[in-house]
Design a protein around this ligand. Structure first.
Ligand SMILES: [Fe+2]
Length: 254
């Protein structure tokens, strides 16, 4: 058990993650991506997130052709290994963080995507270079009836220039934004922190996730509450994390 968080997370009435409640982006399943390596890791990370105030978890292992070619079967198998080790009162389910590549498009065509409630898909792409056919692919996903949640929009460096063009354009395409709480702590650097803050200031953020992979992320998450934009986000009335708890994703894998 990690104790040092409890003194940080709720001290002085600062906001913690209990208002968010549902962590809908994390890498907590053992052995199938670059997150938890085994069930010990998984349990330690879940305990740490609970100490920070999160109560419910929809964890999202990577699905990425080159590095983590996961499937419903591989994710379900890892989930079952972990589920046996957890208290039955813990709400844990899964979706995936899909990397926009040809494997994703195949899974979509074959109706094999693991969605979040509301037929939502948590999507990411290269952080270095903009996908050649991004708008076309997003349109195809939309035509298929899925609603895209873009994982950590603040981390795509090619959006940092002309932000006032790129982000509203994605919003026009009905894309929801999920910022990483870690971005607000400065974990990824100042420029990413500032972009996340601007997205909050512009009222463009519908979801926040921990994107937890390992213990260092837990330490950084304890600092998020010092960022005044985190409180702004909580006060914005736009956060939809809790809405993900209302449908069968909550019980589907229990
Ligand atoms: Fe992630």
């Amino acid at each position: 058990m990690i104790h040092f968080f409890s003194t940080l997370s709720k001290k002085g009435g600062r906001p913690d993650f209990s208002e968010v409640s549902v962590d809908m982006h994390s890498h907590l399943l053992p052995g199938i991506d670059d997150g938890a390596k085994n069930t010990e890791d998984s349990i330690r990370l879940i305990n740490g997130l609970q100490e920070l105030g999160f109560e419910h978890f929809i964890t999202t292992p990577h699905t990425m052709k080159e590095l983590y070619p996961n499937s419903r079967e591989s994710i379900e198998a890892s989930f079952q290994v972990l589920r046996k080790e957890l208290s039955s009162s813990l709400t844990l389910s899964y979706s995936s963080e899909y990397f926009l590549d040809e494997y994703f498009m195949e899974l979509m065509e074959e109706d094999k995507l693991i969605t979040l409630p509301g037929n939502r898909i948590l999507l990411e792409f290269s952080q270095i270079s903009k996908p050649m056919e991004l708008e076309e692919q997003l349109f195809q996903i939309h035509l298929k009836g899925y609603k895209v949640i873009l994982a950590h929009p603040e981390r795509y460096l090619f959006f940092h220039q002309k932000m006032n063009f790129h982000f509203p354009r994605l919003k026009d395409m009905d894309i929801d934004f999920q910022i990483n709480a870690l971005s607000l702590s400065g974990y990824y650097g100042e420029s990413i922190r500032k972009v996340a803050e601007k997205l909050i200031a512009d009222g463009m953020v519908e979801f926040i996730g921990s994107d937890t992979h390992h213990d260092n992320h837990l330490k950084a998450l304890a600092k998020v509450q010092d960022n005044k934009y985190y409180q702004k986000l909580l006060d914005s009335g736009k956060l939809q994390n809790r809405s993900l708890l209302t449908t069968n994703a909550r019980v589907a894998h229990e």
